[in-house]
Ligand binder design. Sequence first.
Ligand SMILES: Cc1cc2nc3c(=O)[nH]c(=O)nc-3n(C[C@H](O)[C@H](O)[C@H](O)COP(=O)(O)O)c2cc1C
Ligand code: SF4
Ligand code: SF4
Length: 294
Amino acid sequence: MLKPDGRPQVDLDRCTQCGRCAAVCSLDVLEMGETGPVASGVAPCFRCGHCVAVCPSGAISHAGMNPEHFRELLPWEEGVTPELLLDLLRKRRSIRSYTDEQVTEEEIMRLIEAAVQAPSGLNAQSWHFTIIQDPERLGKIRRRTLAIYSMLLKMLDSRVSRLMLRMQVGAEALEVLAEARPLLEGILDAQKTGGDRLLWGAPTLVIVHSPDEDPTGPESAHYAVGNFMLMATTMGLGTCVIGFVSAIAERDGRMREFIGLPEDHTLAAVLVVGHPSEEYLRSVDKRAAAINFV
Ligand SMILES: Cc1cc2nc3c(=O)[nH]c(=O)nc-3n(C[C@H](O)[C@H](O)[C@H](O)COP(=O)(O)O)c2cc1C
Ligand code: SF4
Ligand code: SF4
């Protein structure tokens, strides 16, 4: 990751010297020479692919990038209108009711293909996706998460253990826990009668993580998750981010093991995916954003 890799090659027979590749190369790897673009020997190339994607005569290739991944885009007149895109954004909901139908491997691959189109810091694309579909493992994750929350809520009730907890997790995390108490109690009560208000009965759990060595990894992964969720919506699938699992997995070694999170990785997001059992007929009320023009 973050490894500059190789140099673009220019086929001068095809090059019309339009200069577009050099113009889009924000790292100044490419400069226009007398007969066409030349790659400087100094600046690192981060394989963003912009030079290949912009060249009208297909004169650029790059050994570090798969030529098959440079796909022709749909003619824009047939593309997504702002109205349609806004409708898709409005249509995405956090889905909390799923059928038993499993998400296929093909569907997962499609969702990830959409996810990885996201921007990433230094084009590191360091996101990892761990897919969990084994009901036994999902059960372990659910039980472990709820056992820890049950213990934490008990600790809130005693002055001494609350103080101890505060020293361990900090005042802020303690406040969040106290605020989430009614929700957590609802999740724990549901579990007693076989209900699943943690993973919402979804058949697939997706863990998104990135190596610690990439400081922008988690932020980049969040953008990828946004793409994933929107793609799921277009495919008739539902998703829901499960922050209650992330909060435990960030701190608990056994949970890290259950969700397959490597030691040197940071968790970015946990989400469920499945076939929604309800269809929403209209969008919801999103509050007006706080906007400052300064
Ligand atoms: C960081 C984050 C954590 C979340 N954690 C949970 C969760 O643990 N359980 C859940 O049911 N929904 C969770 N959600 C979903 C939010 O509750 C949901 O996005 C919000 O209520 C708005 O609803 P909408 O997504 O349908 O627009 C989470 C969302 C985010 C962004
Ligand atoms: S891949 Fe990106 S950084 Fe590398 S030469 Fe092309 S435009 Fe420049
Ligand atoms: S964009 Fe293509 S045609 Fe234009 S200068 Fe670069 S290599 Fe040549």
